[in-house]
Write a new protein. Structure first.
Length: 186
């Protein structure tokens, strides 16, 4: 792929060991393999058939990993047109069914018609500090199924004010990154 800066690997499921082209774009920070492995071990009991939303998708590694492990559908939302096109190209090359890419700003996308998702990946560019605004919109806008799972990736040590209905299920740290899986409770 022209302009690619590297490749990352899908670590499990039907696309295991497939490589994703990663475009050379400022602020693009793919989720580390060991973090994805841990996250999908946590999600293993619920990922089959899940309806997923990968907000601020970037490379789409989280959403493609979900598809590889049996998710029913993944909606990818990525504002950078080059990253969105690279994601589309990877989905086509891998013949990954069930993925759809919207080239849109995550906040603007969440002001559209809501569809509830069972699994949401919330990993915005760290410099933009969008966690709380996007979390609020997800919660208030009807984007979450009643018992949805929400993955949040943020800088280590960053305190986030997330919706009260989101209960921390598990968390970990890798380098300067904190990753956490939350469960929405009614």
């Amino acid at each position: 792929m022209s302009g690619a800066s590297g490749r990352i690997r899908i670590i499990g499921g039907t696309l295991r060991n497939s490589r994703l082209d990663v475009p050379d774009l400022p602020g693009l920070r793919p989720t580390a393999e060991r973090v994805r492995e841990t996250l999908f071990n946590w999600l293993a009991p619920v990922i089959a058939g899940a309806q997923c939303l990968d907000l601020c998708a970037g490379t789409g590694a989280l959403g493609i990993e979900a598809l590889s492990r049996g998710a029913g559908r993944t909606q990818f939302v990525e504002r950078d047109p080059r990253a969105a096109q690279a994601l589309r190209d990877n989905l086509v090359r891998l013949k990954a069914a069930g993925g759809e890419v919207a080239t849109a700003d995550a906040g603007a996308y969440l002001h559209g018609a809501a569809r509830p998702y069972g699994v949401v990946f919330l990993d915005p560019p760290f410099a933009l500090e969008l966690w709380e605004a996007l979390a609020r919109r997800l919660e208030e806008g009807g984007w979450l199924a009643p018992s949805a799972w929400i993955y949040v990736e943020s800088p280590r040590g960053k305190a986030l004010a997330l919706p009260p209905a989101w209960r921390l299920h598990r968390e970990g740290q890798a380098g300067e990154v904190r990753y956490a899986l939350h469960r929405r409770v009614a």
